[in-house]
Design a protein around this ligand. Sequence first.
Ligand code: B12
Ligand code: SF4
Length: 607
Amino acid sequence: MYLDAAVRLNPVLSPSTEVFLLSYGAGHTVVEMLEDIVSRTPDVVGFSCQGWSFRHYTLLFDLLREFLPEIRIVLGGNHVSYRGAELLHAYPSVDVVVNGEGERTFCDLLRYLVDGIGSLGVIPGITYRDESGPATTEERPRFKTLDEVPSAYLPPAVQLETYDIALLETNRGCPYACSFCYWGGAVGQKLSRATLERMSVELDQIGAAGVHTLFICDANFGILEQDLEIAHLLVEVRRRHGAPRTLHVNWAKNHAARVGAILDLLHEGGIHSNVFLALQTTSKTALSLAGRDERGRREMFDLADRLIREDRRVGCELIFGLPGDTLDDFRASYDKLFLSFPSVLVHPLWILPNTSYDRRRRELGIITLRPGGETDYEGLLQHDTLSREENREGLALLLGEEILVGSGYARTTIRCLAQLSPWTATACISAFERFVATREEVLATGLHEAFQRIRRQVYFDRALRSQLRQLIFEDREKSRGLLLAFLDMLELNPELKQVCAELARLDCALLPRSELAGEGSALSSHLAPFDIHEFSRRLLLSQSIGVEWVLASPATELTLRHPAGYARFRGEAIDLTGTWEGTVAESRPMAAPWGLTPTPPVQEEPV
Ligand code: B12
Ligand code: SF4
């Protein structure tokens, strides 16, 4: 969208250039993409490349050249920048790779490629082919302020009404240089920022179009004083237009006071926002090898504590496989953080191009692999503090975590076990892997195969996420049956087992309903022999609460609400906004005491 805006606002290009923004989901085939592109007979095709999309694009390059021999193929984006020589060699159909910011470079390229004005060698910021092979031109200086970058959201902007999420930059760059990240190092450590005047109009456009979610792409929202002002603007827009209602950002790691103030402002203004503490590891050695220090961590923990006490959404992030971390360190970190935060996001370590880990392979003993598959991310095979065998175990743990916690399948059930039984979260996950290996059900064999696959390939293929979710969501009754059988074989005190079984029923009842077609939402009723909604809430907030509390609480009837239309989405790996999960619309106490037979019929009302 930023490149499109740059072309549209370029006085030379705009009268004679038509730009089509084509965006494909994970379900699109190569032929569908090919036909869609070819039908527009373009002169130039630009690919915006990330590790998650690059593989799909590589399958198109030669095909495009076959169908449109005169076409010019240009690559840009994080995943390809500064790798021009290697990529031009590997993909002969590609003409140019753009390094770094693309707006001005793309316009210069279009003028040359379409009009033949000038020569490639004088365009800064590209790698192209000259007579002697790949040649890289001088670095293009970065924009000093974002106001110089044509806005994707100022008129004449693209029609925003069909979007459910808007991505906006309020500043570009990151002052840090974490070893696993290609941002501070790549985009540049100096921040270029947009003025409040510009953002005020941009946010208004987004709100007026009714786009319900905003993703601020900044590396550290809250790092600048003006970020508080941006939050004020956002709340004002929400009040005026009723949108956006949700904000996603990467929060500043070192500015707890401002982050707290922004969060309070958003909360009061009716804008939901999650806070994820980007911890990545709890080991000092790993943290230091990752190029980070502990500055600001204590304050961020204090902020998280306060927010959790106020019942607000807070989580933290961990990366598995960081140099300096061992498997035991990772298990211990996960188990501890799982009990302190309502949610823990875990990522496998990818060695991204141009990062410091990428350059320090020999020093840290890093060996990677990039098996065939959908994504182009280089996975870790082993390093000095993580053997291949430990890596295998850890990846199986990540997979189990994704199945039981990440997908929502046993989200509160595992929390209850981790808080009230001797089982830690990671012990539950490992027990589940052993359990599915002993079962015959289709779901169990599917999950067992996924565990075997990750152990064999020692690589977390992102496509696995959507495959697993499809398996679990396909038939929620069968999923529930398997989970209950798992609980049944755990050694637990009988009362706790019954509580966990009720939680498992509710967790499964809240999974997306893949059978609901159309639009709108459906309501269903769910009975439980205790106040399960309040109990789950307290579990998520890690408030200490025992089985006695459960026994004393009344039976409840819940009304659950599920959005329809999940089937259209199921191939995608990420549900950023948690759109398809069920929610508890209402919880009503009933007169019945504990002991109610806990297999109530599910009543569904029509969409
Ligand atoms: C928004 C975002 C997401 C969203 C994606 C939403 C979407 N559909 O686009 C979500 C939250 C889903 C996401 C998830 C992930 N993300 Co992310 N994300 C971002 C983020 C913050 C902003 C991207 C953006 O739009 N930027 C604004 C645009 C304008 O900048 P840009 O893309 O760099 O484009 C400029 C230039 O690169 C160039 N350019 C780009 N394309 C083209 C094309 C042409 C033809 C030309 C000439 C120039 C050009 O010109 C542009 C203008 O200057 C970036 C960080 C960042 N600030 O870029 C990370 C980033 C893209 N994410 C990254 C990663 C690793 C991930 C995850 C894998 C994390 C994880 N472990 O799970 C997942 C994978 C998602 C998946 N689909 O599987 C990495 C990608 C690295 C790589 N080599 O692929 C980044 C760069 C952050 C980082 N850590 O380094 N992400
Ligand atoms: S991880 Fe965050 S703080 Fe570190 S370099 Fe990347 S964007 Fe900056």
